[in-house]
Every structure is written in C-alpha cells, then in structure tokens.
Design a protein around this ligand. Structure first.
Ligand code: GLY
Length: 405
C-alpha cells in the first residue's frame, strides 16, 4: 500500500461546488445551533424540521425491544468542527466544546458499539484540531469501553455490537456497522502506544471478513455467533429488507471499515477486500450515484433512496484511492468518490432553509419507518467528512497511522 497518493483532486467546477456547499453547511449549522437547547439533531421529520434527542439517551433493552439510544449526538460536534475548519470562525469551536461537554457522559456507556461513532466524530477531531488533551481523554475513555466489548472464541474474536455483555442476546451478536466503529480503536492505539486497541480492532475485522461476506461480496447486516466455537449460527438483518438482502448502508459501512483497517494495520488484504466490496456496490448501483436503501427492495420500496450510504461510500472511496499502491487504480477510485460527492451536492443537498439538515433522501430504517426520506445526522457527517477529505485534507482527522500525541 501507498501511504498517500494525494489523488483527491477535484475539477475546478467540483471545487467551486464543494466550496459553496461548505458555505451552506456552516450557515445551516450556525442557524440550528442556537435552537437546540440541550438536545441534538437526529433525523428530519416529513416537514423538514429536526427531530431532536438528548445525548443522555443511552442504549438498552426495554423488555424484548432493543433501543439504540442517541448514537448520533457526536456527529453534530463533527459538523461544528467542520464549519470551524472551513470558516476559521472561533464561534464554532466554542459551540463544539459546549456540545462535547453534553456528549462526554456517553463515554461511560457500556452497552453499545456506537460509542465508536459517537466519539470518533467528535472527541477525535476535537483533539486533532485543538490539541486539547481534554478531548483525547474522553476519546480514550470511550475506546476502553469499545475494546471491552471484545468476545473471544476458539475461532477468533469479535466486538459485540448491541447490549450489555452479560446478556447473551447482545454478547453473541455483531453488526456490519461495527466495522466503521473501529476507527476509534485505531486512533486510541496510535495515541496511547497501547497496541491492544489495534489488536482488538484487527481481530474484529478478520472475524467479520470470515462471517459476514457472502460469496457474491454482499454482506449480512448482523451475525449471531456460537460464542464458544466462533462459528456463524445465522446471518440476519435489522434494518435491511430481509435476512439475505443487500442493505446498501451495511455494504457502505463494510467498505468504509476495511479501507480504514487497511490504512491502520498496513494489511493489503483489507484493501483488496474493500475493493471487492466496492465493486459489488458499484455493480448493484448500476450507473446511479445514490443507491436504494436496500439493493433487493422491490416495488415502491425500491424507489426509496439512501443518500447516507452514498456519502459513506464517497468518503471511503476517496480514502481507498489515496491509499492504493497502484496510482491508476487509486485515481479511478478517487474519481468515483468525487463523482458521487458531486451528485450529492448537486441533486440531494437541502439548499432551502425549510429543510433542515444537509442531505435529503437518507433512510435511517425502512423496516421501522423511522427517518425514511429526510436528513440523518450520520449521513450529514459522512458527507461533510468526504468534503473535508477533498477541500481540507488532513484537517478534520489524522490522515494516517501516525502517532498523534
Ligand atoms: N447503526 C448504524 C446504521 O443505522 O447504519
């Protein structure tokens, strides 16, 4: 692998479009921030307004029903930090710090892998941008909780995704989304010189590669493991159309996670796997820039798009291109990422002030009829991250496996 091809070169027109969209992001974020009180944007309602949740809402079972809690709160901090980087306006940094104080309590949440999403989008960039050790300490506390979710079996080790580890329902299950949470462990390994964070992440990536990927390179959303042997007992879905379907965002998390794992472990097999997963995604995309929420959805359901999946893949392909050892192939992946990002800016960005959030047509959960056609905080964050990769490279997060102290 090549550490850095620096290939994320947009055309002049793309550069102008991305700069304009970053202006709009900073404007929208500044309009929303004073309206939020102690709550955080979650998904937009059909009228275009944010549905908000407090950061304190933690994950857990209510009877038989699992609640993810507020796993999106850190992404808002990430958008404030993006807006600071783009504008240089200190007010965004001040807001980010105040918001981080509200989010910080979740670093103690022992019940969810989402702790990776929450802090990799907030405390990690907060530290990268400001150098303030307060951010790093919060990110490390969260990384400890994530590493503690490692379940070891005879066949390998995986991070359990949902629920208290004392509960077999949570302990035996892992989700493809967890691949995107590994970034927090890689950061912690680099920051602390404690390689056990990286070992845990690498073990999880290796076991996921064996258990989640179907022969055609599509992925299961979730897997239930035999906790002794580590064998897959079943693959199933929570947010996809059906257990054997190809949930597009799950595929996006997988691509994103293996690109990051390749960069952080130096294992070219992970990069090759990310390419196979991306090629599957492009085959099913079939010339479109935005996927349906599930590639196997049928009838009217197949018309429901997921711009969040598109944003996650755009961001991942830009990084895949940057890391690739073959400059020509790397350039092609970057171009795909840039074209996806351009399409999102041109066709899906909510320029109008009546629609809050950034990307229209994100789909949080079709089976639960939650956040089905509006903006989602995670979609908005990965969209902003992709824009930063192009317009502010290396500014939002550390770019490589270099220790950052
Ligand atoms: N939990 C991650 C997702 O909804 O994609």
């Amino acid at each position: 692998m090549n550490e850095a091809n620096a290939l994320q070169v947009p055309t002049k027109a793309q550069s102008a479009l991305f700069g304009t969209v970053l202006d709009h992001i900073a404007r929208k974020v500044a309009e929303d921030e004073p309206t939020l009180g102690v709550e955080f944007p979650h998904v937009t309602a059909p009228d275009g307004q944010w549905i908000r949740l407090p950061a304190s809402l933690s994950a857990g079972y209510k009877g038989e029903t699992w609640s993810h809690g507020n796993w999106l709160c850190g992404f808002w901090v990430g958008l404030l930090l993006t807006s600071y980087l783009h504008t240089g306006d200190q007010k965004y940094l001040g807001w980010a710090r105040e918001r981080m104080r509200l989010v910080a309590q979740r670093a103690q949440d022992p019940n969810t892998h989402d702790i990776g999403f929450i802090f990799d989008s907030s405390a990690v960039p907060g530290f990268h941008i400001t150098g303030d050790p307060w951010y790093a300490q919060i990110a490390l506390e969260a990384a400890d909780k994530l590493r503690a979710r490692l379940v070891t079996t005879r066949g390998g080790a995986y991070l359990a995704s949902w629920g208290p580890l004392s509960d077999p329902r949570g302990r035996s299950a892992s989700a493809i989304d967890t691949m995107a949470n590994l970034s927090l462990l890689y950061w912690a390994a680099n920051h602390s010189d404690d390689g056990s964070y990286r070992l845990a992440a690498d073990a999880h990536a290796a076991m996921t590669a064996n258990a989640f990927i179907r022969p055609d390179d599509s992925t299961y959303h979730a897997v239930e493991y035999d906790m002794e042997s580590g064998a897959r007992k079943r693959g199933y879905t929570y947010q996809g159309a059906f257990d054997e379907s190809a949930w597009s965002r799950g595929q996006a998390w997988a691509i994103y996670g293996y690109v990051n794992s390749a960069r952080e472990t130096g294992k070219s097999a992970y990069l090759a796997l990310a390419e196979r997963l991306a090629e599957y995604y492009l085959r099913r995309l079939d010339g479109r820039q935005v996927p349906p929420w599930d590639f196997d959805a049928r009838g009217a359901d197949a018309e429901v798009k997921d711009t969040a999946a598109a944003a996650i893949v755009a961001s991942a392909l830009l990084e895949l291109g940057r890391l690739h050892s073959d400059a020509a192939r790397g350039g092609r992946w970057c171009k795909r990422g840039l074209d996806m990002l351009e399409a999102l800016c041109r066709d899906e960005f909510a320029y109008e002030s009546t629609h809050r959030g950034l990307l229209k047509h994100s789909c949080y959960s079709k089976p639960h009829n939650e956040g089905v056609t509006g903006a989602t905080m995670f979609g908005d964050f990965y969209f902003a991250e992709a824009l930063c990769r192009v317009m502010l490279p290396g500014k939002l997060r550390p770019e490589g496996a270099r220790p950052e102290k």
